[in-house]
Design a protein around this ligand. Structure first.
Ligand code: NOJ
Length: 602
């Protein structure tokens, strides 16, 4: 009965890095069929006699619950043995950068002025409001490297990146950018561009190698982020911290199934409290979770689909995960407020509501509602507007899939965010499924589009023009849809009104960038530059003409990094990273951002 949902989720299986979009709760029709077996629905959790659970894709993990809690060095070794050998970094001390960083001379103009403005001349009558934050993003797993250094415990991504077929280019993030030791250089380089903030994530397994509330804190991990935060402050780059960007401590998955178990809630809240206490007063803007919808889609997919709590299966995993995660979020925010932590806190939503593909089809309008509910409303409704799941989800998914909240739980969840944060990479057309909305709903789990029952359309319904230029093949979900940004933000603000919005991620993977070998060609990231400049211009209009209270723009990403299931070869950085020498190089987009914000911040 659950097989179809499993099929749907396999998109994430082959394309874990397609994170921002098209994964968990959406059903993009452009998705290519997975090469992995779709029989994951038959996999059950528990198990057995062997020391590792295999699955059809070839991954293996110890049966959940089979590793006992042993918080000694031997216990840590046992956890690392689940991952296997790890590549050591070429050096293990923090590098002092050469400062001041001198910016290269600006690139020649991209186009004649009769065709397009220079960055500084875009909508030159408009400025961003005072206090507006211009930031760049990273996330621990994707940039830090130093995977096994300084007492860190393994994360589920350290394990996942070694499972057969899980990473498109077979790379790991063992070293990646080695930002763990090169953070000073990275901060100095972006400070030189005029960047005002860095949104990074803290690795739970560095702070608590065994993850749990009763396990020891790793002081080296605490000290590392304290130093990193201080260096940001000294450099005039505001440190903005996310507690969880998908890197679940492996211990928690092995002990009880990670976010598919309710046990995660207390452990997450304890971790959050530890971090709040350590960095109170230095970090002012916090995020609990990055893109929980995408994360809970990963949890349901290869290779994670053999690591569930008892009673959870591939079909129910995304919703059990969502339920536990939302409690973890609310618990952490409650602690934040009880501890009187100075600052603001929210979580990072992602995606878009959408525009009906065909104007005269009521089914498409209804499909848009479903898209908004499954992609954003799933977490935003409970937290911002009702305390409860969207009605569309409750009408579609029985409680065995989507556990219901009690009245008391609703009260705790509602209002557990101080502002709205959205990773708004794109906005596309939405239609009813080909078989029709009613048919999809009445088919239920046997319909491949169920439970979302909506379809993303990447081209218009009249002449089949693409909604925008396509990004690299490693990010098949992404098109440059800047022209839809204003409508997308209006919809978000109308549905989940708040006093302040941060656009916490947007960015573009330049087509074929990884295929290029000459640095001068790599640096010329024209499509990314066009995307960013158009997007930021639309953002000015959104603020000034639509009165949307956007107060921050964060670009993914500060540097090229490990793009989850796509590995190191899908590049999102505004700086190129040579993964052999670890040298960073500004791309055109970095300098365009610098010029743009110099002219538009006040
Ligand atoms: C959003 C995710 O937060 C980030 O980790 C990912 O790399 C980007 N999207 C690009 O896919």
């Amino acid at each position: 009965m659950f097989t179809q949902i499993a099929c749907l989720l396999l998109y994430v299986q082959v394309s874990l890095g397609a994170a921002t979009s098209g994964s968990l709760l959406s059903s993009p029709t452009t998705v290519s069929p997975s090469t992995h077996s779709s029989s994951t629905a038959s996999i059950t959790i528990s198990v057995p006699t062997s020391t590792a659970t295999p699955n059809p894709g070839g991954a293996s993990f110890p049966p959940v619950g089979s590793i006992t809690r042993n918080f000694s060095p031997t216990g840590l070794d046992q956890l690392w043995n689940v991952v296997g050998p790890v590549e050591s970094p070429p050096f293990t001390t923090t590098v002092e950068p050469q400062t001041p960083v001198i910016l290269p001379s600006p690139p020649p103009t991209l186009y004649p002025s009769f065709y397009a403005n220079r960055p500084k001349d875009i909508l030159s009558d408009y400025k961003y409001p005072k206090g507006f934050i211009f930031g760049l993003d990273t996330a621990a797993y994707q940039v830090e490297g130093a995977t096994k250094e300084e007492g860190k415990g393994p994360s589920m991504w350290d394990w996942a990146s070694r499972q057969p077929g899980a990473i498109a280019d077979n790379s790991t993030a063992d070293i990646a950018d080695l930002q763990y030791y090169l953070y000073k250089e990275d901060v100095a380089r972006v400070a030189a561009l005029g960047v005002k903030a860095h949104s990074f994530s803290i690795s739970w397994a560095r702070i608590l190698p065994f993850g749990t509330a009763d396990s020891p804190v790793n002081q080296q991990g605490i000290d590392h982020y304290a130093d990193l935060i201080q260096y940001h402050l000294k450099s005039g780059v505001e440190p903005i911290a996310t507690l969880f960007h998908w890197d679940t401590p492996l211990a928690l998955q092995a002990y009880y199934g990670g976010f598919t178990s309710g046990q995660i809630v207390d452990d997450f809240v304890h971790y959050a409290k530890t971090v709040f206490a350590a960095y109170n007063g230095t970090v002012k803007t916090w995020f609990t979770f990055n893109e929980p919808r995408v994360f809970c889609g990963q949890v349901a997919s290869y290779p994670f689909n053999i690591t569930y709590a008892p009673g959870v299966n591939t079909s129910t995993a995304p919703y059990q995960c969502s339920y536990n995660l939302i409690h973890a979020h609310a618990g952490a925010v409650k602690a934040f407020r009880e501890m009187n932590i100075v600052g603001e806190i929210a979580f990072k939503s992602d995606d878009f509501v959408g525009t009906p593909w065909r104007k005269n089809t009521t089914d498409d309008a209804a499909a848009v509602e479903r898209h908004g509910a499954f992609q954003i409303g799933v977490f935003a409704d409970p937290i911002y507007t009702t305390g409860d799941w969207p009605t569309i989800l409750k009408d579609t998914l029985p409680p065995e899939y989507l556990p219901r909240f009690t009245e008391e739980e609703k009260r705790e969840i509602l209002g557990s965010a101080d502002f709205f944060a959205i990773d708004a990479y794109r906005s596309q057309y939405i239609s009813a499924p080909d078989e029709g909305l009613d048919a999809c709903l009445s088919n239920g789990p046997s319909d491949p589009e169920w439970p979302q029952c909506n379809t993303i359309r990447e081209f218009d319904s009249n002449a089949m023009w693409a909604v925008g230029a396509s990004a690299d093949v490693g990010a098949p979900w992404l098109q440059d849809t800047s022209r839809f940004f204003r409508d997308a933000m209006k919809e978000i603000h109308r549905r989940w009104p708040t006093q302040k919005i941060y656009v916490t991620e947007f960015g573009f993977a330049q087509p074929f960038e990884n295929e290029r070998t000459e640095l001068y060609r790599i640096k010329e990231d024209t499509d990314r530059t066009n995307y960013l400049m158009s997007y930021l211009g639309e953002m000015l209009l959104s603020i000034h003409e639509d009165h949307i209270p956007i107060m921050g723009a964060f670009i993914w990403s500060m540097v090229d990094n490990a793009e989850w299931g796509q590995g190191l070869s899908t590049r999102f950085g505004v700086q190129y990273v040579n993964y052999t020498t670890l040298e960073r190089t500004y791309k055109r987009s970095a300098l365009a951002l610098s010029e743009f914000f110099e002219a538009h911040l006040q």
